[in-house]
Write a protein that binds this ligand. Structure first.
Ligand SMILES: [Zn+2]
Length: 96
């Protein structure tokens, strides 16, 4: 099973996969936040993403839960800035 990120809404609790009536989604065990993205499998239903099998639906539900574009962009920017700062240590002394 894929590694799942902790809850993004401040409580940082572990999420759990909920699988009921051929629908898979993710819920935080701390605050109860539920992923809005429901992945159905089995016979087609209306108004939700539908997948060929339970395994694919679970995988997609986890991927959606883990998808954090803003967080990933900020982490990337922090790494860039750390590189710049690290390169600056021992570098030219600032005039003045
Ligand atoms: Zn939570």
């Amino acid at each position: 099973m894929s590694q799942m990120k902790p809850c993004p809404f401040g409580c940082c609790s572990e999420p759990q996969i909920i699988d009921v009536k051929q629908s898979v989604f993710v819920r935080c065990t701390g605050c109860g936040t539920t992923s809005l993205f429901r992945c159905d499998y089995g016979p087609p239903k209306r108004n939700s993403a539908h997948y060929a099998s339970r395994e694919v639906a679970r995988s997609e539900a986890i991927e959606f839960w883990n998808h954090r574009p803003t967080e990933e962009r900020l982490e990337s920017r922090i790494r860039e800035l750390e590189t710049v700062l690290g390169a600056g240590i021992g570098g030219p002394v600032k005039a003045g």
